[in-house]
Design a binder for this molecule. Structure first.
Ligand SMILES: Cc1cc2nc3c(=O)[nH]c(=O)nc-3n(C[C@H](O)[C@H](O)[C@H](O)COP(=O)(O)OP(=O)(O)OC[C@H]3O[C@@H](n4cnc5c(N)ncnc54)[C@H](O)[C@@H]3O)c2cc1C
Length: 259
């Protein structure tokens, strides 16, 4: 049972984001990048399928040189193969990324294709479903539990007030929700073993695609703006609770003008 896991490398969720000159991109200078957190659930599930049923787990990332670092981390956790599609992903829209990944997946043996439910930071939740459509595969999104049987997957999803259980024929696309599993850390043995695995690198052209297929920008980012700076809080002396309550009410009415 072979799995492919698509890995988005995203700015560290703790990072302080700065906007680059031009106002349409983030400034990558000094920025730490991590594996998108939902992709960690996707990877863990694929590794568990491999441990139960054998086969390979291939991680694929479309991005600049630094994407290799994310792939290496996935190999250390238990992926068996890695494919880096080199390209300026920040210039592509979600459909462009999906086309690249669909072409890469076609050339990789697979029964299951895993994604995070969203790439943290950009949060479009588009790439997994788009790849499923491009490949003509069934898809189950935001999955919290997965069982893999002969030629089919049974996936559980949380819906409003209930749990939905869905069967899909393989090959299928699964997007991972938090709670699907508890992702493992890389062990020292895993880190050492990962160093011996060669990360295969391909260009977009190697996949039979042209830049115009990917960077056609049906959707373009016109601006990125940081939220307004938060104003400092105000501390009200609470020695006399009744006086403090009056002061808070005065603030809510006269300054915040909420009431
Ligand atoms: C300056 C800058 C640098 C960026 N650098 C990167 C980068 O190095 N890598 C990157 O992935 N994105 C990068 N991005 C974000 C990128 O432009 C896309 O927005 C993002 O990859 C897809 O986000 P999404 O919200 O459309 O994905 P979603 O649809 O929310 O993603 C869902 C899932 O699709 C898969 N996926 C998404 N993108 C990729 C990918 N490129 N390769 C493999 N699987 C993927 C993952 O499994 C992810 O969990 C960058 C953005 C900026 C502004």
């Amino acid at each position: 049972m072979n799995s492919v896991v698509c890995i988005a490398q995203v700015p560290d969720t703790e990072a302080r984001i700065k906007i680059a000159a031009g106002g349409r991109r983030i400034d990558e200078a000094g920025l730490k990048f991590i594996v998108s957190p939902y992709d960690e659930f996707a990877l863990e599930e694929a590794i568990r399928v491999k441990e139960a049923k054998g086969g390979d787990v291939t991680v694929i990332s479309f991005g600049p040189d630094r994407a290799q670092q994310a792939l290496r981390e996935c190999l250390a956790r238990g992926a068996t193969q890695a494919l880096h599609i080199k390209g300026e992903v920040a210039d592509a829209d979600s459909l462009g990324i999906a086309k690249v990944l669909a072409a890469a997946i076609k050339s990789t043996p697979h029964d299951l294709v895993f994604f995070g439910k969203q790439g943290v930071g950009t949060d479009n939740s588009l790439v997994g479903p788009m790849v499923a459509e491009l490949l003509g595969y069934p898809q189950v999104n935001v999955v919290t539990h997965l069982e893999v049987g002969d030629g089919k997957a049974t996936a559980h999803r949380e819906i409003e007030g209930a749990e939905e259980i869905i069967e899909a024929a393989l090959p299928a696309v699964i997007t991972a929700q938090k709670g699907l599993n508890e992702p493992r850390y890389a062990s020292l043995k895993g880190i050492m073993a990962a160093k011996k695995i060669t990360i295969e690198t391909k260009s977009v052209a190697d996949l039979g695609l042209q830049d115009s297929d990917i960077f056609n920008q049906r959707v373009t980012t016109v601006a990125i703006e940081l939220p307004p700076e938060k104003k400092g809080g105000r501390k009200i002396d609470g020695a006399d609770p009744a006086a403090a309550a009056k002061e808070i009410l005065k603030y809510i009415r006269e300054e915040a003008k909420v009431l």
